[in-house]
Design a protein around this ligand. Structure first.
Ligand code: FES
Ligand SMILES: [Fe+2]
Length: 365
């Protein structure tokens, strides 16, 4: 009996080896567009948030005339990290280094450099190192190099598919940050299969048919599909109720019947629901550690309505998230065992196989 023709899971080193982790982060995160977070998190000039990938830190900041820029969080004097709070507003609309107080404008220009004046020194030579940004559907995307295409081009099919959600108009109601002891790829894999739902998510399983997922053929930039609601569920929440919330304006009747789950490589998990948008962003810290930001976004009119409450959806996803994080942590622990060998994927794990092939392709294997 041979298993040669079966598609198999990846060897353990892809989940445990620091060198493979470093190469993957380099190629997936520093070589592609990544999602930094929602632009609406920084509404005013001087508002900023940090994105931290492995050992790198990036400042995403709203500029004086409303544009969003990104800079390495590295001082041009002697290299110190500058911003340390994950999210905030810059005093005096300047990024000021805590070490010797060099300060930079919202466009990255060096404005103040105490005691630096001497022949040969020019402030113009030392702006912050900048990173390319693009806003897509209300999300700030970052590119550390020179992209082949814009995010808008890359994700045009996703924009078309979810045009009725008007995702850029939605506002964040709830944000939770999780620290998960698992490789970032295990979180992507887990997100893209439903076979675990009956066993891991007893509260979710009644709301959708775990075998009813309708997956798109994999695209180089994303994988995903829709899951149809069942048993009269109106959305994904406790008891499947919208709890008085309207459907998002613009959706068709047909779009009231499902939720979609898309992994946009490498780090945005995008899940349009009938009355909200659920997103996760994944931030690899180490081969076996990933930080995950989970947010729920609603229509601003709905959020302004007296009595608006989304605890049912927020609490539901917090529960589902924790169930998922627990199972991927168990998965990481098992894969790290000396006994682990690659196992066979089932027919219903095609998306996972496609993702693995992508991992191997960029690794030259
Ligand atoms: S290292 Fe930043 S001011 Fe000296
Ligand atoms: Fe799950």
């Amino acid at each position: 009996m041979t298993t040669e023709s079966l598609p198999m899971t990846l060897p353990a080193r892809y989940y445990t080896d620091p060198e493979i982790f470093r190469k993957e982060v380099e190629r997936f995160y520093f070589g592609r567009w990544i999602c930094g977070g929602r632009a609406s998190l920084i509404p005013n000039p001087g508002d900023y948030f940090l994105c931290e990938i492995a050992d790198e830190s990036v400042i995403v900041v709203r500029g004086a005339s409303g544009e969003v820029r990104a800079f390495y969080n590295v001082c041009r004097h002697r290299g110190s990290r500058m911003c340390t709070e994950l999210h905030g507003s810059l005093p005096g609309r300047r990024i000021t280094c805590p070490y010797h107080a060099w300060s930079y404008g919202l466009d990255g220009a060096l404005l103040g450099a105490p005691h630096a004046e001497r022949p040969g020194f020019s402030r113009a030579d030392y702006p912050l190192h900048s990173i390319r940004t693009e806003i897509w559907e209300g999300n700030v995307f970052l590119h550390f190099g020179t992209p082949d295409q814009s995010v808008a081009e890359m994700l045009a099919p996703v924009s078309r598919k979810f045009a009725n959600w008007h995702m850029a108009e939605l506002r964040t109601h709830r944000r939770i940050v999780y620290s998960v002891k698992a490789n970032w790829k295990l979180i992507v894999l887990n997100y893209n299969e439903c076979l675990h739902c009956p066993f891991v998510h007893p509260e979710l399983n009644p709301l959708t048919d775990y075998l009813g997922a309708d997956n798109e053929p994999p695209d180089p930039a994303y994988i995903g599909g829709v899951m149809f609601l069942r048993n009269g569920a109106e959305t994904m929440s406790f008891q499947g109720s919208r709890n008085g919330r309207s459907y998002l304006p613009g959706l068709t009747e047909e779009q009231h019947n499902w939720a979609a789950f898309y992994s946009i490589y490498p780090n945005l998990l995008l899940a349009p629901h009938p009355d909200y948008l659920l997103t996760h962003t994944l931030w690899p810290k180490a081969p076996n550690l990933t930080e995950i930001v989970c947010e729920l976004h609603f229509h601003p009119d709905e959020m302004a309505r007296p009595g608006f409450c989304a605890d049912d959806a927020g609490g539901f996803w917090d529960l589902i998230n924790r169930q998922d994080w627990r199972i991927v942590e168990l998965s990481q622990a098992g894969i790290a065992s000396r006994a682990y060998t690659p196992g066979p994927y089932t027919k219903r794990e095609d998306l996972l196989c496609a993702f693995d092939r992508d991992v191997l392709a960029i690794d030259g294997e």
